[in-house]
Design a binder for this molecule. Structure first.
Ligand code: AMP
Length: 222
């Protein structure tokens, strides 16, 4: 059985942070569509040029672009024993396309970890979030001693800390609205298929990860 995992939840739930901790423990790849798209934007590729305007506005990039990225990625050899998907699927159409792709690959149906956090906490997490433009590490101004423009504190990284353009107030509001309208229906979708596990993700990073790992072990992963 492959360790196929989807982290579902609103922006700011901690999907990226928990994905990093989980892939370290399970030794499977972390597939984050947001990271892939941000790299495409910063490199100015054709995909990046198409995606940028949606991302800056806090809207979703069209399904066909994102589905193709994930289809291609899942075919690679390092996904054979599992993967952690972070930020995908975000619409019912994407979930159906993923079911189809995984069916073609004849792999295990993914376990979907739904990370629940109240809106008030999400806004605080997103507005204080900072990232490294080189290693992609995630920081928070209330927890880590970093600000935009600083050099990344991670060992062997000389990247620069920045604030994502979509972590500014208007884009945050739009992303939360888009989540409720387009992504939240996935909770029902996966619950109906018996693939969903709920996790309270409002606690500290370490405690949430303990809960996530325990939920995975309960379902025979890790
Ligand atoms: P994230 O880093 O997951 O918060 O994603 C940042 C932005 O990338 C989102 O607000 C969307 O504009 C875009 N994006 C990432 N994943 C997807 C997806 N699965 N479907 C559509 N757009 C996406």
């Amino acid at each position: 059985m492959a360790s196929n995992i989807i982290l579902l939840g609103p922006p700011g739930a901690g999907k990226g942070t928990q994905a990093e901790l989980t892939v370290e423990k399970l030794d499977v790849p972390h597939i984050a569509t947001g990271d892939i798209l941000r790299t495409a934007v910063s490199e100015g590729t054709e995909l990046g040029l198409k995606a940028r305007k949606y991302m800056d506005a806090g809207d979703l990039v069209p399904d066909e672009l994102v589905v193709q990225i994930v289809r291609d990625r899942l075919k690679q050899a390092d996904c054979a024993d599992g993967f952690v998907l972070d930020g995908f699927p975000r619409t019912i159409e994407q979930a159906e396309a993923l079911d189809e792709a995984l069916g073609e690959l004849e792999t295990t149906k993914p376990l979907v970890v739904n990370m629940q956090v109240d809106d008030e906490i999400l806004v605080k997490r997103l507005s204080g979030r900072r990232m490294c433009d080189n290693c992609g590490a995630i920081f928070h101004i209330s927890r880590d001693d970093v600000e935009s423009g600083d050099t990344c504190p991670k060992p062997d990284c000389d990247g620069t800390i920045y604030q994502r353009s979509d972590d500014r107030p208007e884009a945050i509001r739009q992303r939360l609205a888009v989540y409720k309208e387009q992504t939240e229906p996935l909770i029902q979708y996966y619950n109906g298929k018996g693939q969903l596990v709920e996790v309270d993700a409002s606690d500290s990073i370490e405690r949430v990860n303990d809960t996530v790992m325990a939920a995975l072990r309960d379902r025979g992963i890790g």
